[in-house]
Design a protein around this ligand. Structure first.
Ligand SMILES: [Zn+2]
Length: 162
């Protein structure tokens, strides 16, 4: 019974991976992340970032960084894309692509964004691109090892005796 289940799950996982790594879908995602960058509101840093988030049903949610005169209120492109998607009913994600104008370096998500991404799973793909659309890809869990996740809140705790 267990073997059957594992086999079944492995099959589902395999199909899922094939779907995720479909290169034309990923190329589209990367292209959309670069397009989203053009909407960045970054008058203070002049560091424009775009993101495109692929939801499990194929929907793509885009985002850009949105800065503010009260500097700490600025939000990153990745979190804009996540917030947009979740607020429209999406909670399962397959991949996110991130774009910037850096000529020779890939754009890598900041610590806050890594924490936001890992809230929705440790095993989905982050495509960190260069301006020429080449990329490096890593899992959310690789980008934030030893992370605090929703499971952490459900861990058994010691009792607090007063
Ligand atoms: Zn960020």
């Amino acid at each position: 019974m267990l073997a059957q289940c594992s086999e079944h799950c492995a099959h589902i996982f395999h199909s899922f991976r094939e779907n995720v790594t479909d290169s034309s879908k990923i190329q589209e995602l990367i292209k959309l992340s670069h397009e989203a960058k053009s909407y960045a509101y970054a008058p203070y840093s002049d560091f424009k970032v775009g993101a495109a988030l692929l939801c499990s049903d194929g929907t793509i949610s885009t985002g850009c960084n949105v800065e503010n005169a009260v500097y700490p209120l600025g939000i990153c492109a990745e979190r804009t894309a996540i917030v947009k998607a979740v607020s429209e009913g999406h909670r399962k994600f397959l991949a996110i692509a991130i774009a910037s104008d850096m000529k020779d370096a890939i754009i890598s998500p900041c610590g806050s964004c890594r924490q936001t991404l890992i809230e929705f799973g440790t095993e989905w793909d982050v495509y960190m691109t260069k301006s020429d659309m080449t990329y490096e890809v890593m899992k959310t869990g690789e980008l934030l090892p030893h992370s605090f996740t929703p499971d952490s809140l459900n861990s058994e705790k010691i009792s607090n005796a007063h």
